[in-house]
Design a protein around this ligand. Structure first.
Ligand SMILES: Nc1ncnc2c1ncn2[C@@H]1O[C@H](COP(=O)(O)OP(=O)(O)OP(=O)(O)O)[C@@H](O)[C@H]1O
Ligand SMILES: [Mg+2]
Length: 283
């Protein structure tokens, strides 16, 4: 197979978007809500954003964005040997915001057909064509979710203030730490303003995680958003919850700009080349 058939050639080396995996130790914590709203908030900066619905048993991203995909990652998996980064977009569905979505299979039993190597290749192809790839993932640390986590540049671990969520999040963070992935982890305390015996401000200490992102509790806005399939950053932009997501998007973009424009250390070849031209750096 030619390298151009794999979507892994030339431009991939030059342009690689940033991948964010949205994870949680428990279900119903807010992964899909955050994935969808963060993607749409990022798209307002006129950059290329894609979402992969990596919660492979349930096609929740499509519901949250009122999308009706013709194809899903199952179709991609079935044709993976003939798909490249140029043909992959035809398997995706475009939201009115510009965000492109690769949907999860339409039935839970198809999830097992999606193997980690397919996830790996699909993510690489998407990263070659987009500035950000947001991966909604399944609960916990199962095999496919681990594939997303290992590929990601940033792992957003969501928790709420509930005791069981905190307990499981601690175990998840410890596991990610043991796997050497701690430096990629960003803790997100969702529903941080909800009434609870545990205060949001105590969570970083309990979990040993610094600088969490706080997303306030707003059940009415969130449930209405899911029911009508319109991410709240689009039609409720002035609410505190939308502002918290916009802030997250801004921080991601400014951090990425800084890292992209940071001067790279000169390569040995570059230094030799300059030396031969009499421009050797002064020591
Ligand atoms: N910040 C929030 N404020 C209020 N309610 C919220 C918030 N975030 C999420 N919710 C509520 O939690 C529910 C679950 O959210 P969501 O579907 O995003 O979670 P999930 O982690 O993707 O769940 P699943 O495990 O089912 O995929 C939403 O339907 C909403 O009612
Ligand atoms: Mg979900």
């Amino acid at each position: 197979m030619k390298s151009s058939d794999t979507g892994m050639e030339g431009p991939l080396k030059e342009k690689r978007g940033e991948m964010i995996a949205i994870c949680s130790s428990k279900g119903g914590i807010g992964r899909t809500v955050l994935a969808v709203n963060l993607a749409v908030a990022l798209s307002k900066s006129n950059i290329q954003i894609s979402i992969i619905d990596g919660d492979l048993q349930f096609n929740d991203v499509s519901l949250a964005m009122d999308l009706h995909p013709t194809f899903t990652i199952k179709d991609v998996a079935e044709s993976i040997d003939t798909i490249d980064k140029h043909t992959l977009p035809s398997y995706m569905i475009r939201h009115s915001s510009g965000v492109k979505v690769l949907a999860a299979p339409e039935r839970p039993e198809f999830a097992d057909l999606i193997k980690p190597d397919v996830i790996d290749r699909v993510c690489e192809m998407l990263l070659a064509q987009h500035d950000y790839l947001i991966a909604d993932t399944g609960v916990g640390l199962q095999e496919n979710t681990m594939q997303f986590i290992e590929k990601a540049d940033q792992i957003f671990v969501l928790t709420t203030l509930e005791m069981s969520a905190i307990k499981n999040t601690k175990l998840m963070l410890e596991t990610l730490d043991a796997l050497g992935l701690k430096h990629k982890v960003q803790l997100v305390i969702n529903r941080s303003t909800m009434e609870s015996a545990i205060k949001a401000s105590d969570v970083p200490d309990i979990l040993g995680a610094e600088n969490p992102i706080y997303v306030p509790n707003d059940f009415q806005i969130v449930s209405q958003s899911i029911n009508i399939g319109i991410p709240f950053v689009l039609n409720q932009g002035k609410t505190d919850i939308a502002k918290s997501v916009f802030k997250m998007a801004e921080q991601l973009i400014s951090r990425r700009e800084i890292s992209l424009f940071k001067p790279k250390p000169a390569s040995i070849f570059h230094m030799l080349f300059n030396k031969n031209k009499g421009n050797a750096p002064q020591s």
